[in-house]
Ligand binder design. Structure first.
Ligand code: IMP
Length: 443
């Protein structure tokens, strides 16, 4: 029996998880999202077609693959419907391949309003959120006043759904001055949403358990990245969910032994969107060059991403927190034009070199990256599909990444298309299945 693999961002999100999930989906029959919401933007290029997925697992692009949205995800039904319609126009039908956990929490219009207000109130300390209502929906969940997908089935005008919406809207009306929202309109909207959603709603944990019992192989698809995780990221400049490996168990209702292998995804450099620390950030021309050649603009919000050099302290931290078995290095081709490439191996703090990522934001702010500089290859790697066809300097760069990060590189991506990929370790998934030990290193 094959093992189930988790795909997790090893930086601040936007590492190219969508493409790698899409690539690995041919080995699985179920793809499951366990956290986040439509703040994610997973771009998948297939030939001339481009698909941008926000809430639906990237596996939806493969006919016959079942897709699960777990209880750990927050669902904006309107955003989901738009995504399903957009895919349908592109020739992809969701049909009955989707299962949404009845325990997933819902994002309602007042969540978006509350988020915009909270960000405005923070002023200079704003997080730079995606304004999708993600944080406030998770806040309601933890405060135990949230509305779950299954609650939308309640059609009684004096039932628990009506009462919960009435209370939440009345709280919103106290916080947002100037405008009053009528809870009855929100309730009517929630009920009409249920009519469209119902066909996809069920017990995701039970479905996954039964599928695995029958021999199905599952891919667990993370959104955002380790450094945006609510617990392990650069708090408070993080999202509101656990994108790290533990989120799989809580966000889907599966046990830890269901996870047979963990693949981290890291760009050959680093980006982040929104506010918060980014130790290797580049402010001048080189940063702009990376942004333009990497087309580093948010797939969800269109915001320009901040760019910096590869930070091995960050990815090593992701290896530890997630138990990564291997990494996929994406966007290698974006570095093609550079004559030399600095690689961050540690942080200098008060005369000492730190090699572990500090939890304290004040310490982090005082850290200076320690770089070693490798020669660039000044020749195109875009579209290269065999490791031996990479220029020797590109091979050395990857080997150095592998050495300072501490795990093997399993996949190298040299372009946006499915085909523009080097599988460094052929049969990775089969080997995971046969033996947890990874094969020999790249060199
Ligand atoms: P939120 O998830 O909208 O609350 O935003 C919190 C932080 O996470 C902000 O810095 C966002 O820019 C960032 N963020 C959320 N989702 C993504 C993503 O999919 N990729 C990259 N950054 C993200």
């Amino acid at each position: 029996m094959r093992v189930n693999i988790a795909v997790i961002g090893a930086q601040w999100g936007d590492e190219g998880k969508g493409k790698i999930v899409d690539l690995l989906t041919r080995h699985v029959s179920v793809v499951a999202r366990y956290q986040g919401g439509h703040n994610a933007g997973h771009t998948v290029n297939v030939g001339d077609a481009q698909f941008i997925l926000h809430l639906l697992p990237s596996g939806i692009l493969h006919a016959g693959v079942r897709c699960v949205i777990g209880n750990g995800v927050v669902v904006d039904p309107e955003a989901l419907f738009i995504e399903i319609e957009t895919l349908s126009r592109q020739g992809i039908e969701v049909d009955d391949r989707l299962l949404i956990s009845d325990k997933a929490h819902v994002i309602l219009p007042y969540h978006r309003e509350l988020e915009v207000l909270a960000e405005a109130r923070r002023g200079d300390r704003k997080i730079g959120t995606t304004s999708r209502g993600i944080g406030p929906s998770y806040e309601d969940k933890v405060a135990r006043r949230g509305i779950r997908i299954a609650d939308l089935a309640d059609g009684a005008d004096d039932g628990p759904l009506a009462a919960a919406i009435r209370e939440n809207v009345s709280a919103r009306n106290c916080v947002v001055g100037g405008t009053e929202v009528d809870w009855r309109a929100v309730y009517a909207e929630a009920r009409s949403v249920w009519e469209r959603l119902e066909r996809w709603v069920g017990d995701a944990s039970l479905f996954l358990a039964r599928s695995m019992d029958e021999g199905a192989c599952v891919l667990f698809e993370g959104a955002q990245g380790t450094m945006l995780d609510i617990d392990h990221g650069t708090y408070p400049f993080v999202t509101s969910s656990n994108g790290t490996v533990g989120g799989i168990c809580t966000g889907l209702g599966v046990g830890p032994k269901a996870i047979g292998g963990v693949l981290g995804i890291a760009k050959a450099y680093t980006t982040r969107v929104g506010e918060g620390p980014l130790p290797t950030e580049l402010h001048g021309d080189v940063g702009n060059q990376l942004r333009e050649s990497g087309r580093e603009y948010g797939a969800s919000t269109g915001r320009p991403r901040r760019c910096g050099w590869y930070d091995a302290v960050v990815v090593r931290y992701a290896v530890r927190v997630n138990g990564l078995d291997a990494i996929a290095v994406t966007k290698l081709d974006v570095l093609d034009a550079l004559h030399e490439i600095p690689l961050c191996t540690g942080y200098r703090y008060r005369g000492e070199v730190l090699t572990e990522f500090p939890s304290n934001g004040t310490v982090l702010a005082a850290c200076e990256p320690v770089y070693e500089t490798l020669p660039g290859w000044s020749s195109p790697t875009a579209g290269v599909r065999r490791y031996e066809d990479l220029p020797p300097e590109a091979q050395s760069y990857l080997e150095r990444i592998e050495a300072v990060t501490g795990v093997p590189i399993a996949i190298v991506s040299t372009g946006a298309d499915r085909a523009e990929t080097i599988v460094v370790r052929e049969g990775l998934i089969d080997r995971w299945q046969a033996d947890a030990a990874m094969p020999a290193s790249v060199s």
